[in-house]
Design a protein around this ligand. Structure first.
Ligand code: SAH
Ligand code: SF4
Length: 419
């Protein structure tokens, strides 16, 4: 198993970055568009009714199953229609401003998306790919920034800039597949680490990048429809996980509408502490959150809910906390995901000691829960966590930009998800 060495991640592709505000695209792109949007796009060039329905499936096939970059290559679409489409639309992807590849094969892409208004600064979002031998997990963002202010989360310090559109959420998957050569007839870049089981390279999606997906629920649901559709990107709903800090009123709805797997950022077992770590808890306290979990449509033994628990030294990592945690989750089909805290400059917490995480995870394990940090891969992550922690002082002294970039933190977390 390759070791996690994000500290040595080397930028392999860094196209010239411009900071100049660019003009907004002259023509809209069809990449990332849902069925209804595509239907409207076709209507605007005079195609409606039954023909439109048929054309939507055809175009979706080209865009989402073959990764088409030009209308020209759509050989079963009439020349006339290809021309009409090209006059009004593009198949442009968000611009990738940098791609970084870690020694363990983890990749991150920094993408640029347009502002809501011309003349404003373009936004940057990050998407991270974490491969293992039999799966490739893509960690995607749902917002630029976040309105919530979880005290241990770096994103929580940035105010919300804007929600991503459904198309921008889907486009992150398209860009990843482009860069991995994950379309029929393509090969991965030389030396790339991708699953070797003969299947697709992006097999799983986690909404664990920037933002709170359930505060952008319309667009996230729209994106999920395209990601899960058998005519669209064809992901199985079992392989898509939505992580939420606990927006109780939206949990049931997204479950009923999409059936994707659910991850809850729990992080504390007492309301007073959770109020501090995840301030949304003041609105939706633990008991209400767990009630929504019990009622989650997809929850069954086969489809357990993942509870994320960030390990904060001396804050939430006592054995008593571990015991309360397993008591609290009684009766809910659950997985517990212990996440080593990833420090960032200015953060007021430290990652729990490895021994304490082991003790904590022992209690969880004894109670019958699989405990991802116990796997060899988890050990790598924890080792890295300890290693990074010892470097904290030095980095702080230098006032360096970040101990781990946001993307690396995402990768770190999503790594715990994939075991
Ligand atoms: N907003 C959603 C999804 C994005 S955050 C949510 O909160 O669930 C994805 C996960 O990363 C959450 O469990 C979050 O609590 C965790 N996280 C955020 N900052 C972290 C850090 N510095 N170290 C470890 N986990 C962190
Ligand atoms: Fe937002 Fe999630 Fe970070 Fe909390 S943990 S601030 S909800 S991104």
């Amino acid at each position: 198993m390759p070791t996690l060495d994000l500290a040595n991640a080397k930028p392999v592709v860094v196209p010239p970055a411009t900071t100049e505000p660019r003009a907004l695209p002259a023509k809209p792109s069809l990449v990332g568009q849902g069925r209804d949007e595509l239907k409207a796009a076709l209507a605007s060039i005079g195609i409606e009714g039954r023909e439109a329905r048929m054309r939507v499936s055809q175009l979706w096939g080209w865009i989402y199953q073959r990764g088409a970059r030009t209308f020209e290559e759509m050989s079963n679409v009439s020349k006339h229609l290809r021309q009409a489409l090209a006059e009004a639309y593009t198949l442009d992807r968000p611009e990738v401003v940098a791609e970084q590849v870690s020694q363990d094969g983890t990749r991150k892409w920094l993408m640029r998306i347009p502002p809501s208004m011309a003349g404003e600064k373009w936004h940057e979002i990050e998407t991270v790919y974490i491969p293992t031998r039999d799966r490739g997990t893509l960690c995607i963002s749902s917002q630029v920034g976040c309105t919530l202010t979880c005290s241990f989360c770096h994103t929580g310090t940035q105010k919300l800039v804007r929600n991503l559109t459904a198309a921008e959420i889907v486009a992150q998957v398209i860009v990843a597949r482009d860069h991995l050569g994950d379309w029929p007839g393509q090969v991965p870049p030389e030396g790339a680490f991708v699953p070797t089981d003969g299947g697709r390279f992006v097999t799983n999606i986690v909404f664990m990048g920037m933002g709170e997906p359930l505060y952008n629920v319309e667009n996230v649901t729209g994106a999920l429809m395209t990601l899960l559709d058998p005519d669209g990107l064809q992901f199985s709903k079992r392989r898509v996980t939505l992580s939420t800090s606990g927006v109780v009123p939206e949990i049931g709805r997204v479950g009923a509408e999409t059936g994707v797997a659910l991850a809850i950022s729990l992080h504390a077992v007492r309301d007073d502490l959770r109020d501090e770590l995840v301030p949304l808890n003041r609105k939706y306290p633990i008991a209400e959150l767990l009630e929504a979990c019990r009622a989650y449509p997809a929850a069954s033994n086969a489809r357990r809910i993942t509870f994320e628990y960030v390990m904060l030294k001396g804050v939430n990592d006592s054995i008593d906390d571990a015991r309360r945690l397993v008591r609290l989750l009684k009766g809910i089909p659950a997985k517990i995901n212990l996440i080593p805290f990833n420090p960032w400059p200015g953060s007021r917490y430290e990652c729990s000691d490895w021994e304490q995480i082991e003790r904590f995870s022992e209690v969880v394990f004894e109670a019958g829960y699989s405990s991802p940090v116990r796997t060899p891969r988890g050990r790598d992550i924890l080792a890295a966590c300890g290693q990074l922690k010892s470097e904290t002082e030095r980095l702080r002294a230098k006032d360096k930009a970040a101990l781990m970039s946001k993307a690396e933190q995402d990768a770190f977390r999503a790594m715990s998800m994939v075991d």
